[in-house]
Ligand binder design. Structure first.
Ligand SMILES: [Zn+2]
Length: 195
């Protein structure tokens, strides 16, 4: 803990969206033209370590209330194995992976630079941003807000979302197309001021 006053770099929602879109354009550009799910599972399993130095591990040892955890000093991303293997939780699994990818991509390099370790946990009750509500961290510097925004941008890129809305698709169809839960879609649409 070398610098107690450390705060993460501020990032606008737009900037985070651009970052996520850059990854999509590189790994799965076709989905920017024709809406489809981003294969975040494959992205984490085959690209994340090369990109960030963080090794993804599917763990049986995480307490059941913790779904995912990024430990910057250990360079480990742990995901609850039961979540990864439960076909009924695929959508939630995908959003957990996307959220943790946000921590690995945005926050781990900043922590590494100042030689500081931090553990990000994603748990059952976590709305994420609420965890920090009592702190004075501005939203744009809040690592949980940033990771949620990144997850939204990675799984529901703005262009394809707008395409579907223009075609009159229902929220049900849109959520299915991107393989996410409807509440996840709603918060993404709120973030983009579409609702
Ligand atoms: Zn988090």
């Amino acid at each position: 803990m070398s610098n107690p006053n450390f705060s993460f770099k501020p990032m606008s929602g737009k900037k985070i969206d651009q970052l996520a879109t850059a990854y999509i354009s590189f790994y799965q550009p076709e989905i920017l033209k024709k809406p489809a799910p981003f294969d975040v599972h494959r992205f984490v399993d085959t690209k994340l370590e090369d990109l960030t130095g963080v090794v993804p591990v599917y763990s049986r040892e995480l307490p059941p209330e913790i779904y995912g955890l990024t430990d910057s000093s250990e360079n480990r991303l742990e995901i609850q194995e039961a979540l990864a293997e439960d076909p009924f939780q695929e959508k939630f699994f995908r959003s957990t992976l996307a959220h943790e990818s946000g921590h690995c991509i945005i926050h781990v390099p900043q922590l590494r630079k100042i030689n500081r370790g931090q553990v990000f946990r994603q748990g059952k009750e976590e709305g994420g941003v609420q965890l920090y509500r009592k702190d004075d961290i501005p939203l744009y510097c809040n690592p949980e807000w940033q990771a949620f925004r990144f997850a939204g941008a990675l799984l529901v890129p703005e262009g394809p979302l707008r395409m579907m809305l223009a075609d009159g698709a229902s929220n049900f169809e849109i959520a299915n197309t991107f393989n996410i839960h409807q509440p996840f879609l709603r918060s993404r649409m709120k973030a983009l001021k579409l609702i």
